[in-house]
Design a protein around this ligand. Structure first.
Ligand code: ATP
Ligand code: MG
Length: 199
């Protein structure tokens, strides 16, 4: 099995995430792509309030609907504590020993690789799949740069200048989320009163 692992805070999920995942799946012939919802995104906690993991997972579930080959994963939520990619990879490796693992990330994530836990183990276990992202320098696999020594592939996807940060701000100021986030997830954000500005 060729398994895509797409980790994120998904606070909230948006079409930038979905376009990245379906295109990685198509280009690399991945059987499945897991949207792994971070329990505690250790690089983000402290900077801002992160929505409860259960809410973020529910949004991912609602957004994915029944799109072929894309699945929400609660692995990191069930594990609890801070979410380190290597722990997730270890778990997937144990569950699916024969799977080939593809770790999908946006170009902005590559810049922070050096701070990851047990980076050498991650490098040994996965093929890194980098998708372009507006505002981030494109990262090309090669003998120099942050992906030197990695099994890595760059995938060109339609550039969508969408971020969860901007969407939270839109929600807080009452601007529309429609078409930037799948409809079911937009409805859920409203029902749950997520991202409303604290007063
Ligand atoms: P935030 O602004 O809160 O950081 P985000 O939009 O970056 O949110 P994350 O949950 O941090 O979303 O990202 C999960 C993964 O999706 C990361 O690998 C990130 O690079 C990638 N990603 C997010 N938005 C896009 C986009 N518009 N195009 C390509 N990749 C994206
Ligand atoms: Mg981000």
């Amino acid at each position: 099995m060729r398994l895509g692992v797409f980790g994120g805070t998904f606070d909230p999920i948006h079409v930038g995430h979905l376009v990245a995942a379906v295109n990685a799946r198509h280009t690399l012939h991945l059987d499945r792509v897991l949207f792994v919802v971070a329990n505690e995104p250790w690089q983000k906690v402290g900077d801002r309030p992160v929505s409860p993991a259960a809410d973020r997972l529910a949004l991912v579930d609602a957004a994915l609907g029944d799109v072929d080959g894309l699945e929400a994963s609660r692995l990191e939520i069930d594990r609890g504590g801070p979410s380190y990619t290597i722990d997730t990879i270890d778990e997937l490796r144990r569950a699916e020993p024969a799977a080939e693992l593809f770790l999908i990330v946006g170009a902005d994530v590559v810049a922070g690789l050096a701070t990851w836990e047990r980076l050498d183990d991650v490098r040994r276990e996965v093929t890194m799949v980098v998708v372009n992202r507006p505002g981030s320098t494109p990262v090309l696999p090669g003998s120099t740069g942050p992906l030197a020594g990695w099994q890595a592939i760059a995938i060109e996807i339609p550039a969508l200048e969408i971020s969860s940060t901007d969407l939270r701000e839109r929600a807080a100021t009452g601007r529309p989320l429609d078409y930037l986030i799948p409809e079911g997830a937009v409805r859920m954000i409203k029902e749950r009163g997520m991202y409303a500005r604290d007063r």
